[in-house]
Design a protein around this ligand. Structure first.
Ligand code: SF4
Length: 363
């Protein structure tokens, strides 16, 4: 009797290294071959088994029959005159996400801003991604792949590898916790790019219990809180998440993070005209800087369609920063990058209708 074996192909990037090694053992592979496979997948970021040239033709064929490599597809790239490059990637199910390459040549810093979710459930009023709702969580490999693709571009365009990663793109990283931590471990692994976690920053809109969990994770990553307003009433108006995670609970979670890890904490503070850029706002902000060492980054707003908020003038931002600095707080002003492209978070992905509009629970 003739039998034919049909394999349903499996996502090979979903395996941990240990699980993949076991899988390969079952196929009779020697350990060093599995190591080669892992290196192709995570160090070289190959898109097909055919590129794994130190594996035999038969082994590549065997892989092809059983597995697939679900890499991102670059859908659109925009180049700003200031060197910023924005990418729109299509996921295997058609959803769009964004990543941004931000070069700061004088400091030799090449940063990628990656997304952790397609869309976002947190509906911050100033954000284009918040208007989309949550479409779905990204997998660790989809987060990792943004690094791989943007790093390729960085090397071609600037002759340099990416030096820093910020989890500040679409989505709330701490609501896709497991996959984000998985991506951080991949990115910092010696069997991957081997990036120092000290050069990675997880940015959160502020989920107190998840900040505590991250502190206990034993990762050396930095943490940024998207603060944007230093009193609860204003913050809740603009960021609904603040109603369940008020400033007091956030301050105690951050204090715990600082004591447990010693890793850097920063506040991101987008300046909105007449809303959070006045002297009383500066005083409130200074008060929130007294609990642990913290650096404040004041950011010029990149207005998005459909938002009622407007950007503060350059003079007002400078004046605000001066008031805070005079109270002994470390503060920098970051000019908005990529003004000539759709650089605000979610703006580019939102242009293209994501295929299914639904809200799913976050993990
Ligand atoms: S600012 Fe961040 S947390 Fe808020 S809606 Fe946008 S992506 Fe989500």
């Amino acid at each position: 009797m003739i039998t034919s074996e049909v394999h349903v192909r499996t996502d090979i990037l979903a395996f941990s290294d240990a699980a993949l090694q076991q899988e390969m053992e079952k196929l009779g592979w020697q350990r060093f071959r599995s190591d080669q496979l892992i290196s192709w997948l995570w160090e070289h970021g190959v898109r097909s088994f055919e590129e794994m040239t130190n594996l035999s033709k038969q082994q590549r064929q065997e892989l092809n029959e059983r597995y697939y490599i679900p890499r991102l597809v670059t859908d659109k790239v925009q180049y700003s005159t200031d060197g910023t490059v924005k990418f729109r990637f299509k996921l295997h199910d058609g959803y769009m996400i964004e990543s941004v390459l931000i070069p700061v040549d004088e400091e030799e810093r090449y940063t990628v801003c990656v997304s952790s979710q397609a869309g976002c459930s947190l509906t911050c009023k100033f954000c284009a991604t918040g208007q989309m709702g949550l479409l779905r969580n990204l997998t660790a490999s989809e987060i990792f792949d943004q690094y791989t693709e943007v790093n390729r571009c960085c090397q071609e365009r600037y002759g340099r590898k990416l030096s820093n990663i910020v989890f500040m793109g679409m989505g709330e990283p701490l609501l896709n916790y497991k996959q984000v931590v998985g991506a951080i471990r991949r990115l910092s692994s010696a069997k991957g790019p081997g990036l120092s976690p000290r050069r990675m920053t997880v940015s959160t809109a502020g989920i107190a219990k998840m900040i505590v969990r991250l502190a206990d994770e034993d990762l050396k990553v930095n943490l940024a809180l998207s603060l944007h307003a230093a009193d609860d009433d204003k913050r809740s108006t603009m960021m609904p998440i603040n109603e369940y995670n008020d400033l007091q609970s956030l301050m105690s979670a951050l204090k715990y993070f600082n004591q447990k890890t010693g890793n850097k904490i920063s506040y991101e503070y987008i300046a909105f005209a007449g809303f959070n850029d006045q002297a009383s706002d500066a005083r409130n902000l200074v008060r929130l800087c007294s609990h642990f060492p913290v650096m404040v980054n004041v950011i010029e707003y990149n207005p998005v369609r459909g938002s009622d908020y407007e950007k503060s003038s350059e003079d007002q931002i400078n004046q605000f920063a001066k008031m805070v600095r005079e109270q002994g707080v470390m503060i920098t002003v970051r000019r908005s990058r990529g003004k000539d492209i759709d650089a605000a978070c979610g703006q580019l992905a939102n242009q293209e209708q994501n295929p299914i509009s639904k809200t799913i629970p976050t993990s």
